[in-house]
Design a protein around this ligand. Structure first.
Ligand SMILES: Cc1cc2nc3c(=O)[nH]c(=O)nc-3n(C[C@H](O)[C@H](O)[C@H](O)COP(=O)(O)OP(=O)(O)OC[C@H]3O[C@@H](n4cnc5c(N)ncnc54)[C@H](O)[C@@H]3O)c2cc1C
Ligand code: SF4
Length: 540
């Protein structure tokens, strides 16, 4: 009998040691398979679960041996680890009771059972943005799971397939093991004016290349994939509306991130190699960063039980629209980053001795106004959710589009104001090594002093954070991801235009203007105002 935790740990370590030395080599298993015996709970458990997976990752023209220990990759892993630790520290915010498994699960794996669940997703996203100052990478998977719940249900309804049941089994597995799911929608797309079947190279959109009684084989690639190397499973989905000619591209399936035939080519970020230098100042945010990579798929096998769409091309647009509806409101994550940047701007104003100057206070007020405008649309979209046929809740689409469209603009203005307040040093600061140099260091400490009583090092640290978020590594997450992630600005304008019910609005104007002979019954493909005026939103 084991007397204590340390006895237990000794036993487990001894068991794992024997397993690795004597049994594993004969079973052709890797360390990750061994670690999977243990359910992930904390950030540290999660980090250990990523070790030894033997992923094929190219970075700087070389294969990465162990991404967990790579100084440029590790900050992105730390950001995902924080999603686990938050669920331990603030259980109500970052976990939820799942009626699929009957377990308390990480909120990133939860299927929304009420509008309140969606509201809490947004609150969790803002908190994680505040804690990490970067993209914490798990929302694409969360939004893909929720979009697939209703889409697989409705495909089955029409085609008498059994995708929904398979999908629920997958959800049970990932909830029980508490895994990270990456969502892979964006294909490289080649000539943007052409669909998948019209491209010269059919691999420019991910497609089925073979099938047998065990499953299907897919080839192609997925571009800009957030957190893919930090995921345990990746869900492949189509990225554009498909036609009958595109049946081979109408594929949704889940693959383990370490599946045979998967190659990752790591995406560079501005100033990324600073993470490989000594010191913690120049990097700006030493602990956290985002991650994107291109995933190349070479005849990757997906067993039938992990296939959730196969050939039902007419459902591709339903899946994309539902996914982007969830995901465009998930971009309230950026308000958490905005909170950090506003705090940084106020701090540098303080260190520079001008915290009470009227134009500075006004600029910080403007930054806050823009940031809260993003949050307002996102959280309102979640509150205005409705129940789908499958039972999952879907947030309001119009407000989700507005949220994301604001995100394509406001972080740029917030960044501009932060740089205005910070001054030119944000781009002209010497390196950390010069600050500790016996001759250059004292000179810099003399000439880079701010308000009396403030530390030069603190002043430099906050300037480097502003640089990190507006020009450096985490500008990927705060700016360009805000522009293109979940779809470029025009994609939201198209959705807003589709739903704006202009006929209804013209009639409002005509009635008040006294026009009685020109009132038409609007023929509009949107029920936005029905949702606005619905009075029985018993959501909480
Ligand atoms: C940091 C980051 C993280 C991301 N993470 C993920 C992820 O985890 N998973 C995922 O699936 N995707 C992810 N994406 C991809 C994102 O959804 C795409 O970047 C986005 O859909 C735009 O596609 P694109 O980058 O290929 O740009 P393009 O499609 O080349 O768009 C560039 C411009 O061309 C316009 N354009 C493109 N096609 C047409 C057309 N046919 N007609 C008219 N105008 C057109 C666009 O409106 C835009 O203005 C991420 C992107 C970024 C930048
Ligand atoms: S950009 Fe935001 S919503 Fe998307 S994965 Fe990163 S943190 Fe989540």
């Amino acid at each position: 009998m084991l007397e204590s935790d340390s006895d237990h740990n000794l036993f487990v370590n001894f068991y794992l040691y024997c397993f690795r030395i004597f049994i594993q080599p004969r079973m052709n298993l890797n360390v990750a398979n061994v670690e999977k015996f243990k359910t992930i709970r904390t950030g540290e458990d999660y980090i250990q679960s990523l070790r030894g997976r033997d992923l094929k990752i190219y970075l700087f023209g070389e294969l990465v041996k162990e991404p967990v220990d790579h100084p440029m990759i590790r900050p992105s892993i730390n950001a995902v680890a924080e999603t686990y630790d938050l669920a331990v520290r603030e259980e109500e915010l970052a976990s939820a009771h799942s009626s699929i498994t009957g377990l308390k699960v990480n909120r990133f794996l939860h299927i929304a059972e009420s509008a309140q669940d969606l509201v809490l997703q947004n609150k969790m996203q803002r908190k994680l943005g505040q804690n990490t100052g970067t993209c914490f990478q798990r929302c694409v998977g969360m939004d893909a799971l929720n979009a697939l719940h209703s889409t697989t249900f409705e495909i089955d309804e029409k085609h008498n397939t059994n995708y929904h049941k398979r999908f629920l089994e997958f959800v049970k597995m990932v909830q029980k093991e508490n895994l990270v799911i990456g969502g892979a929608m964006t294909d490289p797309k080649g000539d943007r004016s052409k669909g998948p079947a019209e491209q010269d190279d059919p691999d420019l959109f991910t497609r089925v290349v073979a099938k047998d009684d065990k499953g299907i084989y897919v080839s192609g690639a997925k571009a800009h994939q957030t957190g893919c190397i930090n995921s345990h499973w990746i869900i492949l989905m189509p990225t554009v509306r498909l036609t009958e000619n595109d049946k081979d591209w109408a594929i949704v399936g889940a693959i383990p991130a370490d599946e045979k035939g998967v190659t990752y080519i790591y995406g560079r970020q501005s100033c990324d190699t600073r993470s490989m230098e000594e010191g913690t100042i120049d990097v700006g945010n030493a602990k956290y960063g985002g991650q994107e990579a291109i995933i190349v798929l070479d005849r990757v096998f997906i067993p039938w039980d992990k296939v959730f769409m196969h050939g039902e091309y007419e459902f591709a647009s339903m899946l994309i629209e539902r996914f982007t509806c969830y995901h465009r409101r998930s971009y309230v994550c950026k308000t958490g980053l905005g909170d950090v940047l506003i705090g940084a701007a106020a701090t540098i104003a303080d260190y520079n001795g001008i915290p009470n100057v009227s134009h500075i206070k006004d600029k910080i007020t403007e930054m806050t106004h823009l940031n809260e405008t993003i949050f307002a649309a996102g959280i309102a979209s979640s509150y205005q959710a409705h129940k789908m046929k499958s039972g999952v809740f879907l947030n309001d689409d119009m407000l989700a589009q507005v949220c994301k469209h604001n995100v394509t603009r406001f972080p740029y203005e917030i960044s501009r104001l932060a740089q205005d307040i910070a001054g030119g040093l944000v781009v002209t600061l010497p390196s950390e090594k010069d600050f500790i140099h016996p001759i250059a260091g004292p000179l810099l400490k003399k000439y880079l002093i701010g308000r009396k009583g403030t530390s030069v090092e603190n002043r430099i640290r906050i300037l480097r954070l502003i640089e990190n978020m507006t020009l450096g590594r985490n500008a990927v997450g705060y700016l360009t991801e805000s522009m293109h992630g979940a779809g470029s600005p025009q994609a939201q304008r198209i959705q807003i235009q589709k739903q704006m019910q202009i006929g209804y609005k013209k009639n409002l104007a005509k009635k008040l203007a006294g026009i009685t002979n020109d009132i038409e019954k609007p023929n509009e493909n949107s029920d936005y105002f029905n949702r606005v005026f619905k009075t029985n939103n018993s959501i909480l």
